[in-house]
Design a protein around this ligand. Sequence first.
Ligand code: FAD
Length: 314
Amino acid sequence: MSQRIGIIGAGISGLAAAQRLIATGYAVDIFDKGRGPGGRMSTRRERIDDATYLFDHGAQYFTVRDPRFVSQVDAWTHEGLAARWPDAGPDAFVGTPMMCSPLAALCEPFGVRFATRIEGIIGAPGAWHLTAENETFGPYAQVIVAIPSEQAASLLASWAPDFAQLALKNVSQPCWTTMVSFEEDPRDLAPVMRVQGPVLAWVANNASKPDRSGGSAWVLQATPDWTAAYIDLSREDAAAPMFAAWQALVSHPLPQPVLLKAHLWRYARTGEGVDGCIYDKALCLGVCGDWLKGPRVEAAWLSGLELAEALLAA
Ligand code: FAD
């Protein structure tokens, strides 16, 4: 089979679709605007002098319930790419040695084209082209859009206005995330704190994850409400009140951080999806992602798999 498929987005949903299609003999080209694998499961590497600090600054852990995902995570566990993280609960898994590691492994056979933002879908069904800043790719027999709903809507608007409308109805919640490192971690801090606001929702010691190397690495996540209220802050201005909110939760003074950096996830958490995925046979166009299945890693992976199955069935 020589039909080439263009996939926009190398998060877990796009990669799950790619993996299934390649196993059936299709050739895929995958594009991602990011610099490396992971999407919202990416791992941020910070360096100060000779020290390296690794932060899973998006998804903190994932749960594994559907038998299809169970068998994928079993394979990852066998290959040393995933493990349980007991500090987050008995059902919590993480990528090892980093959250992005299973995605990096999935990317290997595809040769993802990173740092390439797809700006348009042009051509005609069955002979699609994808346009980036100075380049056009294709032709593609099929195109898969595997990106957050708000970003998908603009790419889909001219060819599939109904899909674009559906995407616009899904509003994602934003999340300010702050990464903190100390020269030496204070004792007596719980490795995971689930917090009820008003500023923070989650505090976790990423250095407590299995197989993790690197120095002190704490991740603070703000509540959706606090993030929405302060979405226009600069990264510097967002980090300080989040650190102060953490300080207010612990009984002794926290040391001066050697690293304090915030990151805004504008489209962090989607609503509960309903359709799983969308595939239009006449348009030769498919859409997947967590926003179609649910706000979780597992749901995103299933959405990509189900889209690939729908495409193969057609
Ligand atoms: P993404 O991972 O967003 O992948 C989409 C990819 O498309 C990205 O790599 C992006 O760079 C790329 N892209 C976008 N537009 C373009 C374009 N025009 N051209 C090219 N590339 C493009 N889930 C859990 O299960 N447990 C958790 O604890 C958890 N915590 C979370 C905490 C935070 C802060 C965030 C942000 C998410 C969290 N999630 C969690 C949700 C989980 O990360 C997502 O559901 C899942 O990773 C979504 O995968 P995806 O493939 O649908 O999308």
